[in-house]
Structure formats: C-alpha cells, structure tokens
Design a protein around this ligand. Sequence first.
Ligand code: SF4
Ligand code: SF4
Length: 405
Amino acid sequence: MPQPFETLLTSDHCIKCNICTAACPVAAVTDRFSGPKAVGPQAERFHRPGTLTAEHTVEWCSGCGVCSLVCPHGVLVAEMNTIAKARLAERQGIPLRNRLLGRSERVGQLGSFFAPVSNLPIQNGTLRWLAEKLAGVSRNTAFPRFARPSFQTWFKNRGDPLSAGFRKVLYFHGCATNYYEPPVGKAAVKVLEQNGCRVIVGEQNCCGLPMQSNGEFRAARSYALANVRKLAPFVRDGYLVVGTSTSCTLALKHEYQSVLGLDGEDVRLVASNTYDLFEFLLLLESEGRLDTEFSELPERVAYHPPCQLKSHCIGHPAATILRQIPGVQVIESRAACCGVAGTYGLKAEKYQVARQVGSPLFREIEDALPSRVACDSETCRWWIAKHTGREVVHPVEILAEAYPG
Ligand code: SF4
Ligand code: SF4
C-alpha cells in the first residue's frame, strides 16, 4: 500500500490525458471546480516547497474516487486531493460545521441515547432552516433517524446463540449501523451465521473517514490507530474483519496507509484481513461453503454500487450474489456517483452540486421501476431515498430475507 509521499509522487506519472476530468462527476456539473487533473497532479507540482500554491478549487472535490479509478497511469488523484485539503485545513483552520460533520460517532452516541426525542429537530423545517443559516448544514439534505437501542446493545443482549463456527468473523459495523440502521447489522449477523461463521463484534470505533475527508488528519489518525490496536489482536487470533459499510472497510484496507500515512505490522495485518461482507461471501462461495438454498423472492432491485465500493477494486459482489436468489432481478446502475460523497452533500454550499451529480442515477432508478433500491453505502442510501422517494436498503437485508427464519 503506498504511503502519502508515494501517493503524491504519482503526480509525476500524469500525462495530462484528461481522462479523469472527463470522468469526474463534480467537474461535469460545476465550473467552480477545475477538475481532478488540475487540482490533483497539476497542482501538486506547485505544492512542493518553494513553489506557489494553486489550490483554489480543491475544496469542491467530493472525494468520490472516480478519477483514481479511471486514471490509466495509477495517479492517486482523489487521495492526493484529500491530502491537499488537509494541508489547506492546517493553514486556514477547519470550520466548526466540518468538525461536527466529522464526529459521526459522537453525534450518533448522543442522538441514539436521546431517541426518539433527538429525531424531532430533524423533522422540523424551522430548525433545519436555522441549522442552515447558523451552521451551514443544508436544510434540504438527507438526514437519517437515530435508532434506539443501538446495534451494539442488541448484539450484547441477544446472548451467544452460536458457540462454534468454521470461520471466525469480527463484524465491523461502523457508526451508521450502530446508531442509525441496526437492521443492517442484524441482517449481516444472520447471513454470516447462516453460513457457519462464529460472529463477534468486539471493541471498535469510528473508522475516522468523516474526519479525514473534512481535513482533520490528526483526529482521523488517532481514531485509525485506536481501531488498529483493537482489531489486530483478533486478527492474530484468526478472525477476519468483515464490514457492511464500504467506506469503513476501504479506510481499514487502504486509506489508513495511502492517505493518513499509518504504517507498521499491525496496520498491514488489519488491512490485509479486512473484507467487504459480499466480497467475503464470494470467498466462501469459491470454497464451496456459501449456503445457496435461497427461498424465492419476487423482487426487482435497482442496485447502485457506491464509489467507495468501486475503490475496493473487487467488482460488484453484492450484485453477483443477489442474482443467485430465485425471483430476484437486479438492474445495475451505470451512474458514476450518487453525489453525496459522505458529508459533501450535507454542506449548504455543496448541496446543489451534489444533487446534480446524482441526477443521472435518480433518473436511472425511476426508469427501472424497481420494487426496492439497494446500495452498500449508508450515506448514499439516505441520499438516494431522499431524492427518489423509494425504499433503499443494504443488499444484505435482501439476502437475509432469502434465508429461512
Ligand atoms: S487520467 Fe491520470 S494521466 Fe490522465 S490527466 Fe488524469 S491523472 Fe493525469
Ligand atoms: S475524487 Fe471525484 S470529485 Fe474529486 S476530482 Fe476525483 S472524480 Fe472528481
């Protein structure tokens, strides 16, 4: 895995072909952002000591990662832009709004504890207007509802129904499943246990990605190191880390090293033993261990593989598995990005750009006439639901329904 200085050195491989700019969903909808080539490798040359800076528009990069994926020369443009944003934040400071948006774990803990009362402001138009005026959080954006009890509480209270399993799995649930969407975690546990896994949750904390993408590298590194300290002993004990949030698992696998600059045996050990849930299920299938005794499920599913999943470079494993369920028809989206990109679409000044980026996807979904929409990333699910008015679930929720019980 590259370290940040190696990430930045990939700028020398850029041949200015502009493929990344043509693929960038944000540059396509606004001329306030000069695009990945300009703010990434081109500007990087000016960031080097003794040269003038040229980072006026990098703030508009949503961090979706499409440019890094399409670059034929391995230039890590999106990662480079995240590092550039953090350098800018170091010099200019980080707005309170961005610090708050980075604290998804703290916000989730408080909101879940006080739910359902904590959900009232989310439903109140006047308070949302005030939040936009005072804090710069878009009044129109998609907010999830806090859940109580949290997934962790549910998991502790259910006892230990399975004492053995042929494969030991530590389920990395992330903040979203824990505080907003416990049903995703319950479905994941059901599917893993159905396939003979011994599932534990263990100690874990926010992956740190929301802080990283808001330029708070110091805080993000402390969260990342805490996760590595907590997870590495389990990996040494034979556990695989399996997650349902494609952004959390991408952070553990890739971004801790290539963006935050963490290194060491434990960091690499956790990275190489972390799996997206459906990636892990495909692994089981390749070993002949995936339970494919599915019940029939008459569903027309519009599936959007989120940007963060594409950055794993593992294909679209959820679509591959959902297609094996009798009665399930999967229509895969071809849209580059839904637009929200974590906390990007929550920011008042970015909201319209984020909505425009997502428009082709929203149209595709409407045209598909699905019974449900599926997407592996939480913020994308909330955003797509807001803009299409449709039920959007994690694909594991559909898979869990296809197993008995
Ligand atoms: S696609 Fe890669 S090589 Fe082409 S302009 Fe973008 S960064 Fe440079
Ligand atoms: S990460 Fe996404 S928004 Fe940012 S430059 Fe790359 S393609 Fe464009």
